[in-house]
Ligand binder design. Structure first.
Ligand code: DC
Length: 231
């Protein structure tokens, strides 16, 4: 039987981590988990419960209800992709909206939220054969992952990609607002006290500013082969 890997993909927001991670998972027939979707889902729950206002968070309220937040990834055969569910409701589109994007960095700074998500992520990855993307997958969640990739791309390109993605979904967005949101999230992601975004020492850097997904797949193919064959 072929050796199964844990593949950790970290990096800045909107640099194509999930597209790349999904393509790898498909090729290897691995499970793909979008850890950002988990933080987004907790954020949506908190928004709906009124725990988030523009200048403060109701931390006690959030902690009291953390155990009530059930996150699942359910396969949708019509689109051949997993979708995110919050307490049995499909929230896949809602968690990608700008409102959730605006608040998610604050929610993902709460240490109890992070501990809970890391626990769930480790459970999901227990049997390996998984590609997980996020900010702290190679550093905190799976420090022993067999393959770690750290992705980056220019701000302009990332903003354009997110803009196109949302437009394609029929969501009305402003390019400048998206660009500012990306810059703001980079700053909070890199500077937060707990699990800040940083490259693991043993992660390979991939700057995909000028690469297509196909080119990225060609790049990663031989790296994966070596890992699987143990050379
Ligand atoms: O990958 P994304 O943009 O959907 O992630 C949403 C937010 O969640 C991002 O601003 C940072 C946070 N996040 C995190 O703190 N740790 C992770 N492993 C994944 C995402």
């Amino acid at each position: 039987m072929k050796k199964k890997l844990i593949i950790a993909i970290d990096g800045y927001s909107s640099c194509g981590k999930s597209t790349f991670a999904k393509a790898i998972a498909k090729e290897l027939n691995y499970l793909y988990i979008d850890s950002g979707a988990m933080y987004r889902t907790v954020t949506l729950y908190c928004m709906r419960r009124g725990f988030i206002s523009h200048d403060k968070l109701d931390i006690q309220g959030i902690l009291n209800e953390l155990k009530d937040i059930v996150i699942e990834f359910v396969y949708n055969p019509d689109i051949a992709e997993y979708e995110t569910f919050l307490n049995s409701e499909n929230v896949e589109n809602e968690i990608r909206g700008i409102e959730v994007s605006k608040h998610v960095s604050r929610i993902s700074q709460i240490s109890e939220v992070r501990s809970r998500m890391v626990e769930l992520q480790r459970q999901i990855g227990m049997f390996k054969g998984i590609v997980m993307d996020g900010r702290d997958i190679g550093t905190v969640v799976f420090p022993d992952a067999e393959l770690k990739i750290f992705m980056t791309a220019s701000v302009e390109i990332r903003a354009k990609r997110r803009y196109d993605e949302m437009k394609n979904k029929g969501i009305d967005v402003d390019f400048e607002e998206i660009r500012r949101n990306i810059i703001a999230r980079d700053i909070t992601d890199e500077n937060r006290d707990i699990s800040p975004l940083r490259r693991a020492d043993d992660a390979i850097i991939l700057d995909n500013s000028k690469m297509t997904v196909q080119e990225q797949m060609i790049w990663v193919h031989s790296i994966i082969e070596k890992k699987i064959n143990g050379s």
